[in-house]
Write a protein of this length. Structure first.
Length: 339
């Protein structure tokens, strides 16, 4: 038993970040920051993150006025459990023709079958050119979405979301959405408790509402001074109670129609969708951190019945409450290596 335990906890999950010429330094640092802060209950790192290039160790140009010194060549990809590809402004044939350069082809040859592949922003172009996104849903920065879809017609592009988790391939929208995706990966691997702690230490929200729609520039015909923040705070304090749309609208002294329009403008989703998201997050927290029965979790999260809770978790997370609890109550306090 002791030997099995040592083998189980021995090696952190290895994340290899592929640094390409013209990369954005901010996006390069996201994976190191988020995965580097993830710790188990004993304070041991849950991930090991390294950076590699498509060439032998040496300098890699950025889109800023400095280069970075990368100490690993493409052979590091062969050691990865997860590969992260940040955005680059120098993708050349990948961006123009949708095909990999010879350097990238040689680099991807090191990637083992079953490795989890992750892209941030236009890093998705590299995954698509390598064939990882064929026939699969994906996202990228909203301003590149139409071009991305034309270049890779077999990819199911969704420009309205912050990130897409398609199992072993995950893609995110622009820049800060990479934070959302990496936090999601930590949450998926080790539970909300670990992810929330990483978010607190990074001074970022553990989960952002809505999608890219709220960040796309649209002309505003007149000043919009009213917001829906009071209604959201009010709703979060009583998720366990029935909440009607008119109740939320009343908190802002708006008509239901005006409130719904303003809410969509600010959050990118409808009030009903937002409420469901918050209730799912509440249920996840209770399943991970308490021994409450499924019926009680359903009531406390505002779903009313265990049947409703099961339906929403199955739709949102792909698993029923009992499976979710068994997975994350068992792994949040220890090191869990991805199968």
């Amino acid at each position: 038993m002791e030997k099995e335990h040592k083998e189980y906890c021995a090696a952190p999950h290895r994340v290899v970040v592929l640094a390409l010429d013209g990369l954005l330094p901010f996006e390069l640092g996201i994976a190191h920051r988020i995965f580097g802060l993830a710790r188990d209950a004993a304070g041991s790192p849950l991930y090991e993150t390294v950076t590699c290039s498509v060439r032998p160790p040496g300098p890699v140009r950025t889109d800023a006025d400095f280069a970075i010194a990368v100490e690993h060549g493409p052979e590091a990809l062969a050691t990865a459990d997860t590969v992260v590809i940040p955005a680059s402004y120098n993708l050349g044939r990948v961006y123009d023709e949708g095909v990999l350069t010879e350097e990238l082809k040689a680099a991807f040859a090191f990637v083992r079958p079953g490795t989890r592949m992750v892209s941030i922003c236009t890093g998705g172009y590299v995954l698509a050119a390598a064939g990882y996104l064929d026939g699969r849903p994906a996202t990228t920065h909203w301003s590149a979405a139409e071009h991305f879809q034309r270049l890779f017609p077999s990819v199911k592009v969704d420009a309205d979301v912050l990130f897409i988790d398609d199992g072993d391939v995950l893609t995110s929208a622009g820049v800060a959405a990479g934070l959302d995706l990496c936090l999601h990966i930590v949450r998926r691997d080790h539970g909300s408790g670990v992810a929330n702690n990483v978010a607190r230490r990074s001074v970022v929200p553990p989960h952002r509402d809505g999608g890219q729609a709220q960040y796309v520039h649209r002309p505003v015909p007149e000043p919009q001074l009213a917001t829906t923040t009071t209604a959201r705070a009010w709703a979060l304090g009583r998720l366990h109670e029935p909440i009607q749309l008119r109740d939320m609208a009343e908190q802002e002294s708006m008509s239901v129609r005006t409130f719904t329009r303003r809410f969509r403008e600010e959050a990118g989703i409808s009030p009903g969708q937002w409420l469901t998201q918050q209730r799912v997050e509440r249920a996840r927290h209770l399943l991970e951190s308490t021994d409450l029965s499924i019926d009680q979790v359903a009531r406390d999260a505002g779903f009313g019945t265990a049947t409703s809770l099961r339906q929403h978790l199955q739709t949102t997370l792909g698993v029923p409450p009992t499976v979710y609890r068994r997975t994350f109550r068992a792994t949040t306090g220890g090191t869990r290596r991805r199968p």
